[in-house]
Unconditional design. Structure first.
Length: 510
């Protein structure tokens, strides 16, 4: 079973003079010599180094206290999540799945072998607590695939102790700089090894090689097409990067991935004059499928939280029967089913094919004539068109009496509101404040309509639970109370809608 560890560290160049005296660092009472450890690690990647291009490392290492397989996923500069799995001869399936959004149908092969002699010092405070581990690593790198020869160097690494204060590393950094030590120019040992052992003709370029669909470096957007593609690229990147987090059930990861999926689909539909719909419509259909699969679990999470919160808010005198237990059992059953299905989706050829299609759109965009137009003009026109659709639906909903038809119309208005918001986000870098203000007002409207729709779904579920409870001979009273409260929340949302819509219309200056 894999375990995850948050790794916070800094790397420094070394001239082989060893580690400076760190006893003067504030908070350090003792520096303990833990001796030299021999480490032997083989790094795996695809033949075109897709993991390295994403600053991801996958290695099999022997020696030291944590021998085994290590997958390191970047969090931010100097911070990575290290996922560990026991030593085995082949890449563990659980780690292989976490890089599937990068590897796709490619094969993982050994690319670099690193052998290090690690001279370790522990920095300890006055109470004997470990603050950080500092080491001097004498490294020998040998290229195993796609490069030439080997390289050798010495570096200093300082890793914060588990649960330590990251500010402590600033104190160590100050001491090291004062002693003439400078931060490493490479983000990791693997990155340095790949650079120094790359074929000579590639050393000045990207050592990550060529992917399935080669992308040109993105510069500052100039045309309308540039702005749309920048937004598309950002959402594609978000989906791929969030894949491991979704598999690990990280908080909000499913929601964030679903939002990126919806943003992409909305962008394809909003900017049909910029990107050829003959190419993007089939991809949009697949994005709708993926959003639906992600939504099954996410919608369930939202509904679970809403029902549990509603029940917690009730005075105990209004709770009749095993309502809490029944709601929890229902939620757990729903979660197990949706979770298993979602993991199957992420492992499916259909999902991987969708990712490949998105790569192709970014690398070889199907641009139409309008893509070369002035961004402010082309993008604003698309935003206004989306806003007009919201306007029609809101007008229809306000004319309908409360009930099913109004609920359905408001739900459709919510979806069009999201599309308008995402179109305004795309246009903001080109148009500026007016688009930003519209995106903000659409987000507020989306929130109101979202709360209304959540109430609709909660009432539907409460009716189902009430029927099951009644059939089991239990009191349905509490379900009725919760249903009534949800009706009240929907009524408040409907009452607030006209004023909120009027404000949104006043801000429509795109």
């Amino acid at each position: 079973m894999a375990e995850t560890k948050r790794e916070i560290e800094r790397k420094y160049e070394s001239d082989e003079s060893g580690l400076p005296d760190l006893t003067g660092v504030a908070g350090v009472a003792t520096v303990l010599d833990r001796g030299v450890t021999e480490l032997d690690a083989t790094y795996y990647d695809t033949s075109d180094l897709r993991l390295a291009a994403a600053s991801i490392t996958l290695r099999r290492r022997t020696g030291g206290s944590d021998a085994g397989w290590h997958l390191k996923l970047p969090v931010e500069a100097g911070i990575r999540d290290e996922i560990r799995s026991p030593l085995s001869d082949t890449v563990p399936d659980e780690l292989g799945r976490l890089v599937r959004s990068r590897v796709r149908e490619g094969q993982l092969v050994p690319v670099v072998r690193l052998r290090s002699s690690r001279d370790v010092r522990e920095l300890v405070d006055g109470k004997g607590r470990l603050l950080a581990e500092a080491s001097v690593d004498a490294v020998r790198a040998d290229r195993l695939f796609g490069g030439e020869g080997g390289a050798q160097w010495t570096e200093i690494e300082v890793e914060l102790a588990d649960g330590g204060d990251p500010a402590f590393l600033d104190k160590v950094d100050k001491r090291l700089r004062k002693a003439g030590v400078r931060p490493s120019t490479s983000s990791s040992k693997l990155a340095r090894a790949l650079t120094e052992t790359a074929p000579k003709k590639k050393r000045k370029g990207n050592t990550a090689g060529d992917g399935k669909a080669e992308e040109k470096p993105a510069g500052d957007p100039v045309t309308a097409g540039d702005h749309v593609l920048a937004y598309v690229r950002a959402q594609r990147d978000a989906i791929v990067a969030l894949d491991p987090a979704v598999r690990q059930e990280a908080e909000d990861s499913v929601h964030d991935m679903r939002v990126a999926t919806r943003r992409l689909r909305s962008t394809f539909r909003s900017f049909r004059k910029v990107l050829d719909p003959d190419v993007t419509d089939p991809i949009a259909a697949e994005l709708k499928w993926l959003a639906g699969e992600l939504g099954a679990g996410r919608d369930q999470e939202v509904l679970d939280e809403r029902l549990a919160a509603g029940l917690d808010d009730l005075p105990h005198t209004l709770v009749s029967g095993p309502v809490g237990a029944r709601v929890r059992a229902w939620a757990e059953a729903q979660h197990r089913g949706s979770r298993h299905r979602l993991l199957g989706v992420l492992d499916s050829p259909r999902y991987l094919t969708l990712l490949d299609a998105l790569d192709t759109v970014v690398a070889h965009p199907p641009l139409l004539k309008a893509a070369g137009g002035k961004p402010a003009k082309v993008l604003a026109k698309a935003v206004r068109k989306d806003f007009a659709k919201v306007s029609v639906l809101i007008g229809q909903a306000l004319e309908e009496p409360p009930g099913h038809t109004r609920d359905v119309t408001l739900h459709e208005a919510r979806k069009k509101t999201k599309r308008t918001r995402y179109a305004a986000e795309t246009a903001t870098p080109a148009i500026g404040g007016a688009a930003k203000a519209l995106a903000k007002s659409m987000k507020t409207l989306q929130s109101l309509l979202g709360d209304h729709q959540d109430s609709v779904m909660a009432r539907r579920t409460l009716r189902e639970l009430s029927a099951v409870a009644h059939a089991a001979g239990e009191s349905a009273f509490t379900y009725g109370v919760l249903y009534g409260r949800e009706e009240g929340r929907a009524e408040l949302a409907e009452e607030a809608l006209p004023d909120l819509w009027e404000k949104a219309c006043a801000r429509m200056e795109v």
